[in-house]
Design a protein around this ligand. Sequence first.
Ligand code: PLP
Length: 455
Amino acid sequence: HNDQLSQWDRENFFHPSTHLAQHARGETATRIIRTASGCHIEDREGNKLLDAFAGLYCVNVGYGRQEIAEAIADQARELAYYHAYVGHGTEASVTLSKMILDRAPDHMSKVYFGLGGSDANETNVKLIWYYNNILGRPEKKKIISRWRGYHGSGLVTGSLTGLELFHKKFDLPLAQVIHTDAPYYFRRTDAAQSEDQFVAQCVASLEELIAREGADTIAAFIGEPVLGTGGIVPPPAGYWDAIQAVLRKHDILLVADEVVTGFGRLGTMFGSTHYGMTPDIITIAKGLTSAYAPLSGSIVSDKIWKVLEQGTDENGPIGHGWTYSAHPIGAAAGVANLKLLDDLNLISNAGSVGAYLNQTMQEALGDHPHVGEIRGEGMLCAVEFVKDRDSRTFFDANDKIGPQIAAALLAQGVIGRAMPQGDILGFAPPFCLTKAEADEVVAKTVTAVNTVFQG
Ligand code: PLP
C-alpha cells in the first residue's frame, strides 16, 4: 500500500468515524474500492469481497444497477440542479414525493427532502419545536431517545444517538435531549425476567423519566423500529404498543427513524407498519436511493402538517431549507430505485432470504458455547458473542472479540460489521442476496468463529 494513493490518503484525507491517530501511524491501511456489482465490491488490487453489510446498510438494491446510473446521468444532462424554494420544483423531486407518499402509511401528508439521515433528524427536531411553538407551548421541547439508539452525529442528532463515543469530548448531549432504556432483552440485568416483565420495566422507566422531567416539557420520542448501530436489536413482543400507549397518554409525538428500516429492510415497506407503530414523523435516507446519490427525507403526518401550515400564516415562510433540499439528481436516483424495488420484487426477497439467513445462522452457530444470541428481522442479522453462555458473561472490551471475528471473516472475503459497542457481528446485506450467498456468509462466519476461539 506504500504507493501514491496511500500516501495522499495519509497526508490529506480526514476519514470519518476513524481512529485518527492509529490511521496516521499506518496501523490501518485504506482499502480503495474501485468497482462493484450485485453483492460484491472490488478493490483496486482486484480483491473481490461479498459485502454482507450493503455498504453501511444502504445499497439495498445491490451495486451496479444500470437503471439507476442511467437515471442519474439523464438527470445530470437534462437538469443537474434547480432549487425547490418558493414555488419551484423539478420533475424528479415532485414525482418522488408522490411515490413516497403512495408507499407511506395513510396518515402521512408531506415529505421534506434533505441529504442524509443526520440532517433529516435535525429537520425533525426543528419541525417539532416549531410545531409546539405554534401551539403555544414553548416549554414542551425535550426529546426522548434510547440508549444505543443511532440517529446521526450532528449536534442535536449526535445528542439523540445514545452511544457514549458520540458524546464524549463533544460536550453532548445537549440539554434538550434525554435518554431512556434500550429494549435489549438479551442484556437485561435480571436474568430471571420474562420478556413481558422486561417490557413492563422499559415502560415503567419511561414513565418515571416523564414524571421526573414533567410531561409538559417533553415534545417527542424518537426510536428506530429495530435498534441498528446500537447492536441490531429487534424489540421484544409488545414493546412498541406499550411505549406508544405511554406517549399518547402524555401527548408526546413519535418519530420513527427508518433510515435503516425504510423501503424494505424488514421485508415490509416500512418498519413502523411491521411493528404497528403510528409515527408522527418518519425519517428516511439510505434505502431511499440505495445510496446511489445522497438523499433523505422527513415524512410528516397530517396532524403535524396542519400546524406547520398555520404557523406560516402567522409568521411568514418557514425558515428552514438547504440549497440541496430535493436535489434533482438524488431524486432521480430515488425514483429509479423505488421502481427497481417493485420491478424485481426485492422487498419480498429481503423478507424471504433474510429469514433464510437468520435461520441458517441459527442452525450453524446457535449452540456454540461463545454465541449468546442470534437475532434479526428481515434482512438484518446479528450474532452476539459471550464469554459464557449460561451466565451471560460478556468479554472485556479490550478482548476485541467482535472486531477479531469480523477480521477473520474479511480474510475469507466476506464483509460483516463489528457493531461499535459489544461483541456483535452484524449483517445487513443487499436485498438481492441469493440463498447461495447467504450460505457462503454463514459458512465463512462459522470458520471465522472457530478460528478466533480455537486460535
Ligand atoms: N438514523 C439511523 C437509524 C441511522 O442508522 C443513521 C446512519 O447510520 C442515521 C440516522 C444517520 O444517517 P447519516 O449517516 O446519513 O447522516
